[in-house]
Design a protein around this ligand. Structure first.
Ligand code: ADP
Length: 405
């Protein structure tokens, strides 16, 4: 970027120099012509001298024209680069009035046309304004990274003193996405360690209890071994789900799409979960119109989404409740729904349940790994569909997802 701006400045100076040379030559020639016109008696200059002069002028003009078109091409190339880059570029004069702003600068500062406005007005953040002031005072490059909570942004600003004027050049980078990814990664590692610590601690406690004498008490020993098995199963499920999630997120996952009948998908998932629902004292039924259009789906993976949703409905619905699987047409897609009459999800948490490891109440009986819904979300989105939930605490939940035809 600095190189491009330096190049533009050098080319502008060159053009100015040629323009000045052209102008002085034209002026000298005009003076010369005027002298000849005013003193007609005077002897005419040597014709060869005039010829030489004329060819020099012609050469200069053509060189100037060539330089001018090179400059024009460079300038339009630079303008395109400045228009297209995602980093913001602002040039301010010594008083901090913006003289130049590329479109990205306007977008990043959410300011329609920054030119002729002050840096304070455009930037609207005192740390960034301070960085610009420091650069103006010290004539040294300054950089500053700030979070702008009102605009949900994380920006990095570099202020460079302009060597050819007393103003400065401001380069702005939007690090919001990068920062968000970093936070997600950090949260993921800390969540994962936390999730692993709980079953590991209880496995250790169970093993110690067995060592400390429970082994000699066969009924108690059996209970502890059963408990160990439950903990190991939970750990295995978590590891399997993590592997699946990592496979999906790293792109090592492809869908085997083919036309599928929505009702068949619901029927097959319902068959798989029927026994589990009955055992929990729940009724499970399918509502599906026979003339539904087919969807483009990886049937096995969509069935996995439905099974995950039904499994949750079974876990979070008290005996006597009902689970209904529904499919209906909406524009260009089929909308699937899994509705239950269970404990529901508090309104302010509905938007978070698709996050990895998110569980409404970790102490709720039946709470699992918190990974099932994020896997379901990935699978639905890979089908170019959308998944969401509607619920109120205590009044059941409905999970919807759409799959294009
Ligand atoms: P888990 O393995 O904990 O079920 P999920 O990602 O499938 O993980 O679900 C995340 C959380 O969303 C659950 O722990 C639960 O708090 C909430 N949840 C999901 N489905 C339902 C439902 N049908 N009713 C009530 N809460 C639900």
């Amino acid at each position: 970027m600095n190189y491009a701006i330096l190049l533009a400045i050098i080319l502008t100076l060159l053009a100015a120099w040629y323009a000045w040379r052209y102008y002085t030559l034209r002026r000298d020639l005009n003076d010369y012509a005027r002298t000849i016109r005013q003193q007609p008696g005077q002897s005419l200059p040597d014709i060869r001298e005039l010829d030489n002069l004329s060819s020099s002028v012609t050469f200069l003009i053509s060189t100037f024209n060539a330089q001018h078109s090179v400059l024009d091409a460079e300038r339009s190339r630079l303008a395109t680069v400045l228009d297209q880059i995602t980093d913001g570029v602002l040039i301010a004069d010594a008083q901090g009035i913006v003289q130049f702003a590329n479109p990205a600068a306007g977008r990043l500062f959410q300011f329609a046309s920054p030119i002729d406005h002050s840096i304070v007005e455009v930037v609207r953040n005192h740390q960034l304004v301070e960085a610009w002031r420091r650069c103006q005072q010290t004539r040294q490059m300054q950089s500053e990274s700030v979070e702008v909570p009102t605009r949900h942004q994380y920006l990095q600003l570099v202020v460079i003193p302009d060597q050819h004027s007393s103003g400065s050049l401001l380069l702005v980078q939007d690090l919001t996405r990068l920062r968000r990814l970093e936070t997600v990664r950090r949260d993921f590692v800390s969540n994962l360690s936390h999730e692993l610590r709980t079953p590991l601690a209880s496995l250790k406690a169970l093993a110690e209890t067995l060592q400390e004498g429970a082994l000699d008490d066969p009924p108690a020993a059996r209970r502890f071994v059963d408990q160990i098995q439950i903990e190991v199963d939970a750990l295995t499920q978590m590891v399997n789900e993590l592997l699946q999630l990592s496979k999906i997120e790293s792109g090592r996952f492809s869908l085997d799409l083919s036309p599928a009948a929505a009702c068949d998908l619901l029927d097959s998932a319902a068959r798989r979960m029927q026994v589990q629902a009955e055992r929990a004292g729940l009724s499970l039924r399918v509502e599906c119109a026979a003339d539904l259009p087919q969807v483009q789906a990886d049937a096995q993976r969509l069935e996995q989404v439905l099974v995950n949703l039904i499994h949750n409905a079974v876990k979070f619905t008290r005996p006597g409740g009902e689970i209904v699987l529904i499919a209906e047409p909406v524009d260009g897609s089929v909308r699937f729904a899994v509705r239950d009459t269970g404990v529901g999800i508090p309104l302010d948490e509905v938007s978070r349940i698709f996050e990895r490891f998110y569980r409404v109440d970790k102490s709720r009986t039946g709470s699992g790994t918190g990974l099932g819904l994020s896997i379901a979300k990935h699978i639905v989105e890979a089908h170019r569909g959308r998944i969401w939930a509607e619920s109120t605490e205590g009044q059941g939940s409905t999970f919807y997802f759409t799959i294009p035809r």
